[in-house]
Design a protein around this ligand. Sequence first.
Ligand code: GDP
Ligand code: MG
Length: 824
Amino acid sequence: MEEIIDKRQTLADIKTGEYCVVVSITGHGSFRHRLMEMGFVRGEKVRVIRNAPLRDPIEYEIMQGHVSLRRVEAERVEVVPIDTEIAGNYMFHGTITEETDRIIGRVGKKIRVALVGNPNCGKTSFFNHATGMREKVGNYSGVTVDSKTGYFKYKDYTIELADLPGTYSLTEYTPEELYVREYITEQRPDLVLNIADASNLERNLFLTTQLIDMNVPMVMALNMYDELEKNGDKLDIATLSELFGFPIVPTVSSRGKGIEEVMENIVNVYENLEGYTKHVHVNYGQDLEKSIEAIKQVLRKDPRLSSEYSTRYLAIELLAGDKNIIELIGRYDNAEEARRVASEQRALIERQYKEDAGTIVAGAKYGFIRGALLETFTIGKDKSKQPAYSVDRILTHKWLGFPILIFFLWFMFQMTFTLGAYPQEWLEMLFSWLGGCADRFLPDGIVKDLLVDGIIAGVGGVCSFLPNILILFFFISVLEDTGYMARAAFIMDKLMHRMGLHGKSFIPYIIGFGCSVPAIMATRTLENKKDRILTIITVPFMSCSARLPVYLLLISAFFTKHQGLVLTSIYLLGIVMAVVTSLIVKKVSFKNERDQFVMELPPYRIPTFRNAVIHMWDKSVQYLKKMGTVILVATVIIWALEYFPRHSPEIDRYTAQIESLAGDSSVDEESREEQIRQLELDRSACQIENSYIGRFGKFVAPVFAPLGFDWQMGVSIITGFAAKEIVVSSMGVLYHSDAEADENSSALQRSIREHKWQSGPNVGKPVFTPVVAYGFMVFILLYFPCVAAIAAIKKEAGTKWMVFTIFYTTTVAWIAAFIIHLFA
Ligand code: GDP
Ligand code: MG
């Protein structure tokens, strides 16, 4: 058998013009995945187009196409050479047939497996039972660091088992740990069999998280399962396996139980059978993930490195300050830069957390384990052995969890609006003072109008929400930094699953009440695409704070009683729409996807003010950018569309009237001023109606007519495409209230209350009734989010989902407002 095994060759050994068949791909998961996507799957025939000794890359023909691989990549593809004659007739049809079997021969049927686990978890017992060998069972002395090899026959596979020394971790510097780590990275077994002691899961799974980081193909034997059962503990193995992304088999290796099943799973994983593995990451939290990404970017620059190692794994280890990895990357091109970036990032993290980076990484790993166990593990009789997360048992308790969560949310929103009211007032004062100054010191004319009515009024109105947004983000950051948000996501998980979502979507939703843009960015913490897309397209239904002024204006104008109830109903409607949408889209677009991921429960930390401010700032930057760009530009454009054209016969008639009245001394001063003021108001109303935006509004008015909206409302809605904050200021201009256009302005309230239909069937009747006002609020809640949010959706989910969102939200808004209008 041995000599056949030694005949293994790699793709890099095959000469120009010769044929071979792919046997397997060694190396870490994402590398294998990439090659498999290129067509290098087991059984596939490859012809070498060109391979000269020093040539790099090498060119191949596979599946009727040409691909080139770097030499380092080709060395990871194990093949058997076949001669031209056989190759001519050989055709791979996607399944391993007898012919393929014959060609690949016994070579391909050998699977090299490394047994990795804590000391005394039963590796040697497993090894002995499986191989029939008699290795010494018992405490490993640790003097000789070595491995034993034995074989197990399963169907026509030969499974080569290597019994490695026991280790608790792969990061410390004991000889055993180094040995095991180097065995995995240098010897590259086809698969790692992680043996874990089921009676001491929390500690055993730490090693597992490191194997997950290394991204090696894996099967887990949950050994000492008899002990677990004896303790009366319960473990949901199927769910745990789903969460971790590899098969988990209960075993009692001292009695040889479960060995066959382990082998069966090893073969299935080795053959890449559908549904046996999925790629899982331990999520290290926003700060660490950012640092990991930065280091990864540098490591990726050397293709040799990224084909040999998982760059994510190296980045995590470098961040944690692993001396051996720092040494290991020394032989690659970008080692210097990688070291520098890694130590910068490490310093950054340590400054933020005031803790050693290695400890923070380990803490995050335990968070992953805790999350997985809280979902799957129930302690039996011996309560003293309760894993160390009793606080979590309360915060995520079936009954206690929700009231606690609701209290925190209530507190957060309460703070946002009560604390925010003060700076909001100051900002409003500041902008009206600025407007006043500009009014006084600038000469009359277009520049002054642009500055006062356009930029200062528009941007000022938006700026006054900045304090609310900042405070909301501050509280969200604090809740995230303490670790509570992860618990909130955990208890929301079951509920969110009902709507086809993941508990982690809860965090973007909460942020969405502030602003959709950072909320959409926050969906990056969701591991799978389905959850991400569903969350992204439903986040806009969480009523963002920019919509609030519209509600406040209309509610205070038309609802004297139950104002809080009306407001709450709007927010709830948004949530209901999100649920319904998510369910529908899931049914239609993601029918067969059912994935579960671990909800990490990071360690509780006392948040520092500094970190909370940094995180608040991260989230707010998007919003600030939107103000400086989109809103500013939109304000100017809307102002201009409203401002021009300046003249029409009717406007000129008003102007003439005003002038003649001003020169008329027969009327007493007071009533003359009053008349002039009235005429000026009428003139600006006439001017707006005649302006470009007014004409456009009238043009699209029929679309809004079935909803009971007049053309001014239509125009306000359209201006809200740019940003929802603009809706109220547009209404201020269009309903020509003479006071500042803000939601507290009772003048604007009065003028919309008094506004009558000027034409149509209802002429003379008030435009706004409570029903129309409610319909308008619902429309504002549901329609097209805003350009900034749409841009974020395009970036995170792609054009298809962006287009979907644009049409879906607007259609839904129209239908909802139409239904409401039926009650009028
Ligand atoms: P290793 O250090 O991982 O190689 O572990 P060993 O195979 O040497 O086993 C350590 C001890 O655990 C021995 O006394 C075994 O008999 C015992 N053991 C191994 N597997 C099991 C199991 O599934 N159940 C129980 N109850 N004991 C086991
Ligand atoms: Mg042993």
